[in-house]
Design a protein around this ligand. Sequence first.
Ligand SMILES: Cc1cc2nc3c(=O)[nH]c(=O)nc-3n(C[C@H](O)[C@H](O)[C@H](O)COP(=O)(O)O)c2cc1C
Length: 766
Amino acid sequence: MADANDVGNVAEPVFIEGRSMVILYGSETGNGEEIATELGKMAERLHFQTVVDEMDSFKLTDLLRASMAVFVTSTTGQGDMPKNTLKFWKSLRRERLNHTNCLGAVKFTIFGLGDSSYPKFNWAARKLRARLLQLGASEAFKAGEADERHDNGIDSIYLPWQQEFRAALLANYPLPEDIQPIPDDVQLPPKYLLRLAPTMTARDQPSNDQEASSLTEEERRFFATKSLSAALTHVDRPRSKAEQVHDVDPPRRKADFPAHIARSDGNWEQKNGRQADLLDRDNVIKDHPEKYLLQKAHHTAKSLPPPDLIPIPNSSVALVIRNERVTPEDHWQDVRHISLLADVRPGFPRCLAGATITIYPKNYPEDVQTLIDLMGWNGTADKPLAWGYASEPSALRAHVGYPRPRRLHVDQDRDTTLRDLLTHNLDITAIPKRNFIRELAFFTDDVREQERLRELAAYGNEQEFYDYTSRPRRTIIELLQDFPRVRIPWNRALDLFPIIRGRLFSVCNGAESVPPRATAVEVEILVALVEYKTIIRKPRQGLASRYLKHLPENTHIRVSFNSSDSLPETDKVTAQRPLIAVATGTGIAPIRALIQDRSAFADQGPTLLFFGCRNRRADFYFHDEWDMRGNIEVHAAFSRDPVKPSEARDLDPYGEDELWPSRQDRQKTPPKVEKPSFATTGLHVYDYDKGKNYVQHHIRKHAQRVGELMRQDPIIAVCGTGGRMSVSVRNALFDAMILSGVVKTREEAQKFLSDPQRCLYWQETW
Ligand SMILES: Cc1cc2nc3c(=O)[nH]c(=O)nc-3n(C[C@H](O)[C@H](O)[C@H](O)COP(=O)(O)O)c2cc1C
């Protein structure tokens, strides 16, 4: 059994003068951070002294200390920089830097993450790149721009880009002849290590000089770590015999899913006579709720996550006052309307429309125990721990400072155990990322498992990686069950597991319900819980969904608020602008907030709401509220309700009936020349989902009304599940503008929607 203090067979990068790299990321949901981490490991294997950190943790002048800077940033909002780049971005944009060539010595490259369904695709990376060049930095390697809309998502662009970048680094920074890159099957040193804290707890902290002088060196360092956020401790105390006997090697486990035989040749299904664990058909859960919905779980206070709250900077505590299911019990999806009573404190949004609330979920005791059992951590799980850097930091790291692991928030006033970390901090039910899978190969003694893990994470296996991880939403715990010989030493937990991120939800109520000068206000969210069984009947629940589903009323939870940067505050003037709102599903949340915010003003402009959902009966959220408001026109598209014959024609606006009005004409005209007239007008003929009942059909049907409001400087809000919906809606808006004569061509329509002088286009899709 591996000793918990043993970090295994590792190879340190060799120190080579003039070979260092900073990799700075901007990331909202973690994709950019993951890529930065992966690039960091790639650079370390090429013997670069490497620092990977968020942009805001970095001073501009420190860029000059590294031989190369790599920027990785996603785009958020409406072409905006992620929050953890704003400080850095501000310092980069200072006017006094203009024309100074101050970054003349900086060599850089940049990798952007974006989604081409947004009008400002990858704008953050483009803006950053332009400014770096303007300040004299030279682009050492071509920029990359990933698009989440690609078949294999970000990887489609990222992986080939990474391979080319690696080759360019080797060519431009050749290694001395006697030094080879560190191969992928040799472990790099960990960054952080956990260690057992001395037996004395924080509550026993010495109260006077005499007590303090009696502390051992170990204890002294432990207290220093607890009180200083960036203190370093090193793993230097071998575990006592008594500690070692606790970690009895658990019996070797049997895989629930023999992952190592599911090879890329796709024969797994044949060999096993059943389908692999894939959700491989669209709507499989929605169409067969009886098969794939989870059984109701009964929980007691003990089986729920503990109520204790860890301190999180800039957060506040809110009281859950309502947690109600709003969809019928027999509907496939459990959607919750949750109300919280939140303190109005500095930083609370002045306007709730467009604001988001971050909720910090926790893991369930059962999952935590499952992982502890799997890894054989029972002997240490409830002992106080400290954390520290695993080895002496590089000169570059020593200069720029030693941060805590990002987002690691622990209560400094009490002992933190491994079980606490697994409950509050480590995302043990996340979908495993490539880095994680790659690292696991170092913690199994089974050669087949090692091979299989490396194969899954290998370049060229993106489809298989996706099929194994994201597609069935496999969790880290399930991955570990599939590879029963993997044993992660407990002291590596902080280094290997991702840290839980707060989950963002759009606020769904507006100022109407916020009394002036209130000290606490009710904030509402509408949450579609992610939960179902897969084809092989494995339960799947998102971390936040599971947490929220059983969150009892009268519980205190930790939350933080963010105002919208891109939606202007609703005031007398903005409230008068017409609102063209398009929402699908829970995308109605921010739009309801906006409508309520506008209602606080007597003289508000008209609202045209296009809402799409599956059934009138099941998920037409807040429908009873719209009737009460005088100036809202609602056009709803129920995609799964039967279509009335009288409406059928509207759903196929470019169908044969419309193009060839009489049957006779149709018979005369050969089908090959279909739709010629529309192709010449610039209408987006082919984008409509024939026979479906979606919001885009209704936009086109009400083209004249859309056009009328377009002429009055409208606010256009598009919210809901992203990708195809937002693209189709945009095309339908182009068509409506052409049909109503607002513009003549698609290009003009495109310009119109991006012109802040003529409309405000706000998209919030996920
Ligand atoms: C609320 C929201 C707004 C977004 N806005 C844009 C945008 O304006 N342009 C773009 O190219 N991508 C946009 N995206 C897509 C993200 O850049 C993309 O999902 C990326 O992978 C996120 O990476 P991260 O996890 O590192 O933040 C947006 C995503 C969300 C959730």
